[in-house]
Design a protein. Sequence first.
Length: 362
Amino acid sequence: MPYNITLIPGDGVGPEITEATTRALAATGVAIKWDIHQIGEAALKQYGTPLTLEVLQSIKKNKVALKGPVTTPIGTGFRSVNVALRQELDLYACLRPCKSYPGIKSRYENIDIVVVRENTEDLYAGIEFKKGAKDTTELIKFIAEKGQRKISADSGISIKPISERATRKIVTFAFDYARAHGRKKVTCVHKANIMKFSDGLFLATATKVAKSYPDIQFEDAIVDNLCMQLVTKPERYDIIVLPNLYGDIVSELCAGLVGGIGVVPSANIGDKVAVFEPVHGSAPKYAGRNKVNPMAMMLSAAMMLRHIREEKPAQRLESAIARTISEGKTVTYDLKADPNDPSIATTSAVADAVIKKLKEAR
Ligand code: NAP
């Protein structure tokens, strides 16, 4: 019986990396029946909304989705569909493994950091008040009446909720992941010295949860210091658990440590469903150019195979990608030292190379 899995090709470079990835998945021998849906710009054009009920129903029914990146207009237009999807499906944990693959030219080697990002709260909760709107004026008045700070009348406001419940869930997820994967240390990241009631709660809750895991080392770090430590001594870190916004930023920093965003996968995990996608965005300037690295999406697909307990095909896919990288012959521009290197491979050529290795390994 094939697995029924929802497939969302996404915007920009999404369709071409999705095509490369589904071809590689087919070569693993795992039978998958794709339930294909659009979200983002493509859905907006077709259905008048960037996120349809059908997509949510499909993911709820299939319980697993593979997703390409989706464009979010900056400043105006629709809210992030990615954020909405994570909230609608309560995909509370975002897992972003940042691992060095031999052959990638990077300042560091042997990095193996897993970023565990809370995915539903924080400044990404989407609670925003537009400059000059009636509600915003009332909120500014309310805050002044409560004796808090005077907020300038021409302000826009974003709210940062951090709850004990969601923090307990994400930190427990990080510790359980550490135990299940033989990891040694969890670092809780915050800015509790400044934001005492949001980040302070995150830290206090994490410290409580850590007490149930005496076998795993626990430490905390202030986010600005963490960034400095990460670029100077990245080998010190194992699992990093953070609220939503810091998690987004720090995971890109970690992607930079291992050679860039073209090789970093992610999983958005809830109690009932999971959505796998590359960390990178839709890179609109490269759309349709058969240029970008499909490996981040392929590695996300390998995470998806592990999630559905297809461990061996997952290992074979990851190892075919790792061998393609280490040979260095068929890799995209981002993995080449010289951007004008004539041997730079296209997206589809990388897929062909990975598939060839998968077939050789059978
Ligand atoms: P981006 O799409 O990740 O692209 C930023 C840069 O990263 C690119 O210009 C390129 O660098 C590099 N890059 C991205 N994907 C790559 C790949 N597969 N292979 C090699 N290099 C790659 O970030 P953005 O330009 O900030 O965002 C574009 C849109 O994507 C926005 O609308 C944003 O909201 C959205 N986005 C969506 C998701 C998601 O769907 N989960 C995540 C992040 C952003 P060079 O210029 O150096 O070649």
